[in-house]
Design a protein around this ligand. Structure first.
Ligand code: C2E
Ligand code: CA
Ligand code: CA
Length: 527
């Protein structure tokens, strides 16, 4: 009972795990998937942003090179006109002018300011290829606006820092442009925090933050980089869709797996349970197969063979007997076979005192005297002699040493002859079998099959027969199907046979008819 309960709970648990695990896995995968997509998306955005910083920078360089070699002298009208053309031609250039001796000299925006001595501070940074950079340079016309200035060879351009980070982005993700040599911020988009972005840059985007994803990108040609970030909450946008998709896949896969597991488990669970039920309700039947004396064809006894018809299907005893053995049901099964056998054969056995029935037992039945006690009780007052109920035990069940030896001795002492079934198929040596005292050997059908067949396979049969003779016991040949086998067996002094040649297993009524018919036509078939 406890075994079955634990089996049921184990299968339920297994079913649950098998069903739920794919769903949980799916949620996890959906989570990872959303995370990955978000990261990829942000990384692409960073790549776009870094291209923008390159574009602005190269435009500044191109503008400066257009300003070189002035045709009409420093701050001449021609030069200022040329500067104005540059401002007009280059989208990101807001002003273009000349400087020298630490002062602004002239530009289209401020005019000629040489007389005003407007100081130009030393640059914040020099690039390796000779460009000077001022990060936040006050515009001569405005106190508010601070431009980035890039200069070379006495010419400079002013650029609105916003140009570096001014990307069209409906999500308005914060961007910072970075000088990667100095790790300083060139430009920040609205909503970006300088310390936050710089910190993210230094961590290469690997920021542990529950609210934001970060990504960085670096220019391949200039010492420029960008940091971008996007709120993780933006995931909520595709989360429901992803979750629904993965959950439905998870539920389908989980359902299929759960169903398969449930079917397997319930099939295994129900077979022993159904067998137990069938035994308890005596739904199993017994048929009887005659055992005949080979020389005369006279039926000396029968073997009881169990049958189970489940929903119109005959289940092979080889299968359900094994299941009974594995599930602790075999003793009940053996008892049921004995009960039915005695119920059906008692009249026959009483009327023919030399007639017998042999009952198949399993190793479990040989471990103790229990089954012997059952038989003894059952035969009490029936008038059936103990010798009329015989025990068939397979060679394999003899392996279980001392207890078996004692039980076998007890059966024999109580007057029940003991047969070794399937002789030759086990691995017991002759000397091992000599330590048991038994009455009859049944040579397995597989050896009888080889009789009078090709030479190679039929060499075993005579050895098995010889071994049986050496043990000094009587022999029953199992599975006799052909006349030549009978001839052969008689020549080798095998006394008894059982097989379809004589009769198939049959119910008691059929048996009674068969017995009366065969005894009336009884004649020595082989001498
Ligand atoms: P077994 O004890 O060796 O029984 C002989 C088997 O050979 C039976 O199969 C029988 O129907 C079959 N047989 C007999 N003559 C012939 C023949 O000429 N040709 C062929 N092809 N087969 C023949 P069955 O009834 O299917 O039983 C199979 C096995 O199941 C038995 O082998 C025995 O090991 C087990 N078994 C059957 N009834 C019981 C039982 O009541 N208790 C136990 N513990 N085991 C049983
Ligand atoms: Ca048998
Ligand atoms: Ca057998």
């Amino acid at each position: 009972m406890i075994k079955r309960l634990s089996l049921i709970s184990a299968s339920v648990a297994l079913g649950c795990i098998v069903t739920v695990a794919p769903v949980l896995t799916s949620i996890y995968i959906a989570d990872e998937d959303a995370e990955r997509r978000e990261q990829e998306d942000l990384q692409q955005f960073a790549a776009k942003a870094v291209m923008r910083t390159e574009l602005v920078t190269y435009q500044a360089f191109a503008a400066i090179s257009d300003m070189e070699a002035p045709p009409g002298g420093l701050c001449s009208a021609t030069q200022i006109a040329q500067f104005a053309r540059v401002v007009f031609n280059y989208r990101y250039v807001r002003d273009a002018g000349a400087y020298g001796g630490g002062q602004y000299l002239c530009s289209p925006l401020s005019g000629d300011v040489r007389a005003q001595h407007l100081t130009m501070p030393p640059p914040d940074w020099r690039s390796k290829d000779g460009y000077l950079l001022w990060y936040r340079q006050k515009n001569p016309l405005s106190n508010e606006r601070q431009d980035i200035q890039i200069g070379r060879n006495g010419n400079y351009v002013s650029i609105d820092p916003q140009s570096y980070v001014d990307l069209i982005d409906p999500a308005r993700r914060p961007i910072a442009a970075i000088n990667v040599e100095t790790n300083t911020i060139l430009a920040l988009s609205p909503g970006a925090d300088a310390d936050d972005m710089l910190n993210a840059w230094k961590l290469a985007g690997q920021v542990n933050n529950e609210q934001w994803h970060y990504a960085v990108a670096r220019s391949a040609s200039r010492p420029l980089g960008v940091v971008v970030k996007s709120p993780r909450s933006s995931l909520v946008g595709h989360w429901p869709g992803l979750l629904v998709m993965w959950l439905s896949i998870g539920v389908v896969v989980g359902g299929v797996l759960g169903w398969i597991a449930f079917r397997r488990i319930s099939r295994q669970l129900s077979f022993p349970a159904t067998l137990e039920w069938a035994i308890a309700r005596k739904k199993l039947d017994v048929v009887f197969q005659p055992i005949v004396r080979l020389t005369s064809g006279e039926c000396v006894g029968v073997e009881a063979l169990v049958r189970w018809n489940l929903n119109g299907r005959n289940i092979s005893p080889e299968i359900f007997v094994a299941v009974a053995e594995q599930n602790g049901l075999i003793q009940q099964l053996t008892d049921l076979v004995l009960d039915k056998t005695l119920d059906e054969l008692s009249k026959l056995l009483r009327s023919r005192p030399s007639f017998y029935v042999s009952i198949n037992v399993s190793s479990e039945d040989l471990r103790t005297r229990r089954f012997l006690d059952v038989i003894t009780a059952r035969l009490q007052g029936t008038g059936i002699r103990p010798a009329q109920v015989r025990i068939e035990a397979t060679e394999r069940s003899f392996m279980d040493a001392d207890a078996t030896r004692q039980t076998i001795a007890a059966f024999r002492n109580a007057g029940h002859p003991v047969y070794i079934d399937d002789f030759g198929t086990g691995y017991s040596s002759l000397s091992y079998l000599q330590t048991f005292t038994i009455d009859v050997l049944k040579i397995d059908k597989s050896f009888i099959d080889t009789i009078a067949q090709d030479a190679a396979s039929s060499v075993v049969a005579p050895h098995i027969i010889e071994m049986a003779h050496e043990l000094g016991v009587e022999i029953v040949a199992e599975g006799v199907e052909r006349d030549v086998q009978v001839e052969y067996l008689v020549q080798r002094d095998v006394q008894y046979g059982q097989g379809w040649l004589f009769a198939k297993p049959m119910g008691v009524n059929e048996l009674v008819v068969w017995l009366s018919e065969s005894s009336s036509t009884l004649q020595p078939i082989h001498q």
